[in-house]
Design a protein around this ligand. Structure first.
Ligand SMILES: Nc1ncnc2c1ncn2[C@@H]1O[C@H](COP(=O)(O)OP(=O)(O)OP(=O)(O)O)[C@@H](O)[C@H]1O
Length: 333
């Protein structure tokens, strides 16, 4: 459906050039919700903007249904852009137009008739029928993003690009916008690409994820696979971002022979008393639970436990080996 091959993009920076994207390759299948995550400056916005050629690449291809749109004429591009809706972090609504008029605008530009029914249908879809005559300044952030979503869907796009759509929203509103995006994806099989710096967005919404760092894709795959078995350093950092241990604590643990472990239970073993059995078996260690969660990642359950392990090095190692033998994923931090 959407495929990017060997994409490169540079920007001028004084006498030199910054390479914002380096040899990016990715494929998004029809109906998928594909997340692209990275830290600030990683190249996320540049990447999403090259997908509809708002930012033309230096080299490489962007294929939609097998057609390389990089080679399209301006006229062909205008047409293909109607098949690609986009929503933005700061909503990009026109403040002088009402909610109704904002949603109607892309239909007007496309010279569509019977616009009233379509706008009413879209406002119903996003739950804003009663706000049709309001101006953006009279809406909350979540309501503004709903208008942005309705506007993006106006011309029945095949692809929806979402540029940090929940970054300006509080956690409860974020959840409701993510639910709306999921509902729309399911209802219309709408291929969706979303960029974010928030692993929570990926976890709650996406089927697949790619991690971008320094303009390169350093990891990609099914969300559950990447969460449970992260390969790159950046992915691990992003996953740990919300944990409460900081570098000073880590240094303290290391210099005092304490091990800080990140344990993951993602199957049958989640229901077994593995830890208490282990503590009975290997008596030279003590374990202190710092944090425990059961996460729902794209419909699959994953148990995570953060613990500190004390005792002599030899017993600590035996205990860690015992956990690994019992199918617990152990990461020593
Ligand atoms: N128009 C531009 N001119 C010059 N440099 C740019 C331009 N746009 C982006 N860059 C540079 O390209 C790199 C990637 O920027 P980009 O905005 O894509 O990152 P990002 O991951 O979206 O970051 P953030 O989350 O902070 O928005 C950065 O080094 C940035 O300074």
């Amino acid at each position: 459906m959407l495929e990017v091959k060997n994409l490169n993009k540079t920007f001028p920076n004084g006498k030199e050039r910054i390479q914002a994207l380096k040899d990016i390759n990715l494929k998004v299948e029809k109906g998928e919700i594909f997340g692209i995550i990275g830290l600030s400056g990683a190249g996320k916005s540049t990447l999403i903007r090259t997908l509809n050629l708002l930012e033309p690449p230096d080299s490489g291809t962007v294929e939609i249904d097998g057609k390389n749109i990089v080679e399209f004429t301006e006229k062909e591009l205008r047409e293909v852009r109607r098949e690609i809706g986009m929503i933005f972090q700061n909503f990009n609504l026109l403040s002088s137009l009402t909610v109704y008029e904002n949603v109607e605008l892309p239909l007007k530009i496309a010279k569509k008739k019977d616009r009233k029914d379509r706008v009413t249908e879209l406002l119903r879809l996003v739950g804003l029928e009663d706000k049709a005559n309001c101006y953006p300044s009279q809406l909350s952030g979540g309501q503004k993003q709903r208008v942005g979503i309705a506007r993006a869907l106006a011309n029945n796009p095949k692809i929806l690009l979402c540029d940090e759509p929940t970054s300006a929203l509080d956690p409860v509103t974020t959840k409701s916008i993510l639910n709306l995006l999921k509902e729309i994806n399911e209802k219309f099989s709408l291929t969706t690409v979303i960029i974010t710096h928030d692993m929570g967005v990926i976890k709650n919404l996406c089927n697949k994820v790619a991690v971008i760092s320094g303009g390169e894709l350093v990891e990609k795959g099914e969300v559950f696979e990447v969460f449970t078995n992260p390969k790159s350093y950046v992915t691990k950092e992003l996953l740990l971002e919300n944990d409460f241990i900081d570098k000073t604590q880590k240094d303290y643990y290391h210099s005092n022979g304490i091990k800080y472990l990140n344990l993951q239970f993602n199957g049958e073993e989640a229901t077994q008393p593995i830890i208490s059995r282990g503590l009975r078996k290997i008596q030279g260690v003590e374990l202190n639970i710092l944090k425990g969660v059961i996460e729902d990642i794209n419909g699959k359950k994953l148990g995570r436990l953060l613990v500190e392990l004390t005792g002599e090095e030899q017993y600590q190692r035996e205990f860690i080996d015992y956990l690994k033998e019992n199918a617990v994923l152990v990461e020593v931090l």
